[in-house]
Design a binder for this molecule. Structure first.
Ligand SMILES: [Zn+2]
Length: 364
């Protein structure tokens, strides 16, 4: 109320309207200093449903969420990197949406909005995603005719950052860096909500910052990029090149990285490959720490989930050695909490942001 600058009577009227409309619900009360107990409010989970879509490197995942972003249903379709033509991706996204709605016997009209996290930039409705070899793909237009809810597209690292700030490891942080680790490597810089604005996040091409002069060739065309050292494929390549490395049992990247992590429990080439990865990752993070002085760095993304627990102590040690001491002291490096659904959850924040901004009015 203080932040709004409105009188208590005005706030009471607005809140009563929102409660009547079902946008917010009372969530108990707390004692205030001497006065009447203060009523706590929260967004009403059952005001409607939102959908979040993760167009990932190894799968397309669609999640159905309530308005407080609790997961209700998910659908996952594995994809191979070679098949990512836009029409096929659009088809899988639409199938996934149908699947989660059918699972819950939900009328498509009950969906307030659909957020789509894409591994690239969205400019004027066109998607530029180098990892998918998409340049100016009108992806929104490809989905629009077959969905009734409003669509929101945004970069997946940005929406993931938003999700970690709202529901994950970023809660309470003033400035968090969320590292999205996978085949590609990105980072979102998220700032905590101040009195007037909620938590927001922006992305950076952290994976293509150079950490080695004359280093390994990167798929962006440069050499020595961070991604060429800590991207999932790069880690597998480095393991394979070490003496004593054994062939992989699994055929996909995600399962192979899990094999490296499992083998790294014993000293040997897998442990060496992860140790090197932790050192490069620590250097990449310490560069961010020295540049941006975050209070929190969160390791997220599927590769972060697979190898995070095994490398976290080594990453922290590397950051401690490479960042300026007084910068490192005010930074905590930790693992993301949202798991495999993090990106779909992040995408679902897009329609919820819109809902809150509009005071609960449904977009026609
Ligand atoms: Zn690069």
């Amino acid at each position: 109320m203080q932040a709004s600058g409105l009188s208590s009577a005005t706030v009471s009227n607005v809140v009563a309207d929102l409660v009547n409309d079902g946008v917010v619900a009372e969530a108990g009360s707390v004692d205030s200093d001497g006065g009447r107990p203060r009523t706590l409010l929260r967004v009403s989970p059952d005001f409607g449903r939102v959908v979040g879509v993760d167009i990932g490197e190894t799968h397309i995942q669609v999640g159905l969420f309530d308005c407080t972003l609790n997961t209700i249903a998910t659908a996952t379709h594995p994809i191979a990197a070679t098949e990512l033509v836009p029409e096929l991706v659009a088809g899988l996204v639409l199938d996934g949406i149908d699947e989660v709605l059918t699972k819950e016997h939900l009328d498509p009209a009950a969906v307030l909005g659909i957020g789509v996290g894409v591994p690239g930039a969205v400019q004027a409705g066109l998607v530029y995603a180098p990892t998918l070899r998409w340049s100016g793909v009108p992806f929104e237009k490809m989905l629009t005719p077959r969905v009734s809810a409003p669509l929101y597209l945004d970069n997946c690292a940005r929406t993931l950052g938003q999700a970690e700030m709202w529901r994950g490891s970023g809660r309470g942080a003033q400035r968090a860096i969320i590292a999205l680790l996978g085949v590609g490597v990105g980072a979102a810089v998220a700032t905590g909500g101040d009195r007037y604005q909620g938590a927001t996040s922006t992305t950076s091409e952290w994976g293509h910052t150079v950490i080695q002069v004359g280093g390994v060739a990167c798929r962006c065309g440069s050499q020595g990029c961070l991604e060429a050292y800590i991207g999932a494929e790069a880690i597998l390549d480095r393991y394979r090149a070490l003496p004593g490395a054994e062939p992989f049992v699994a055929s996909d990247t995600e399962a192979r990285l899990a094999e490296v992590v499992e083998r790294a429990a014993e000293p040997g080439p897998a442990a060496d490959a992860l140790k090197e990865t932790a050192e490069y990752l620590g250097i990449g993070i310490s560069n961010l720490v020295n540049l941006l002085s975050p209070d929190r760095v969160i390791l997220s993304g599927w590769a972060g989930e697979v190898m995070g627990p095994a490398i976290l102590p080594m990453v922290r040690d590397a950051v401690r050695r490479h960042a300026l001491a007084y910068m490192y002291e005010s930074t905590v490096v930790q693992l993301g909490e949202l798991g495999q659904e993090a990106v779909a959850l992040g995408a679902a924040t897009l329609p919820v942001v819109e809902l809150l901004a509009s005071g609960g009015r449904r977009t026609p």
